[in-house]
Ligand binder design. Sequence first.
Ligand code: AMP
Length: 296
Amino acid sequence: MQLTVRPDSMAIVREIAALRELVRSWRRQDLTIGLVPTMGCLHRGHLSLVAASRKICARTIATIYVNPIQFGPTEDFAAYPRQEDTDLKLLAQEGCDAVFLPSDAEMFPAGFEVPTQFPSLVTVRGMTEVMCGAHREGHFDGMLTEVAKTFLIAQPDYAFFGEKDFQQLRVVEQMVSDLSFPLTVVGVPTVRESDGLALSSRNQYLSPRERQIAPLLHRTISAVAADLANARGSVEEALSTGIRKLEEGRFAKVDYLVAMDRTNLRPLTEPGRPGRVAAAAWLGRARLIDNIRIPL
Ligand code: AMP
């Protein structure tokens, strides 16, 4: 069993059995454990989740794993940016106690071809069929299955997810509630650049020119959210104005722009109601997503 404890005392764990052993030793000491699942290529958004965990947990485990079963066949699994050394330094600086970086062979020893090599699946119905779920077939099943597996390995008391991926946060909350996972999911506010662009590992895909256009996504959903809060026109009018703005602003394709209920993610039918506005749109080869609370 391999467990490297670095001089700065952050444990680097690559094997499931080693993480279980570390967690068992912390549990024996009655230490509260926080988990921060990530796909690496870390930025200040990820680090804010670690900081949130350190506030309420005695020990924080971050995971770095580009989960193959949540990517569709035409998506960017192979191209997804990976920078392990830099990530480890950032996590050590942030005071993380352990990092779990399993290989594909460790997580999926028989292979990760779904369903032939890996037939198990965790599904949350309904709220995964809209928004990103309608455009990324199998994404939420793959994400939930891997998150459930990681929960069972790390057995955290708290798990931290960014509001940036709001549908993911809600779907994980639902799974935890429905299946009685013994942990609390904590949502952490989105960290943004000064021009409003939500930090994302995929922002690296943007050319300098696309990077200049990108903050329009946040500006647009903010404007739609303000229109809905002030009940200026119908929901349909607010959304179609937003889509037009994105298209005129050179976003290649808008996958969706929706106003939704915070809990069940169903579309809002009337303005002046609480909820969130969310969008996904393509800029070059980057698919950017963002969402914001309707300010009521
Ligand atoms: P990822 O590595 O993209 O899978 O993200 C790992 C976690 O970090 C997820 O819970 C994301 O929602 C969260 N996250 C990503 N970007 C941000 C951001 N800009 N602000 C806050 N959390 C974020």
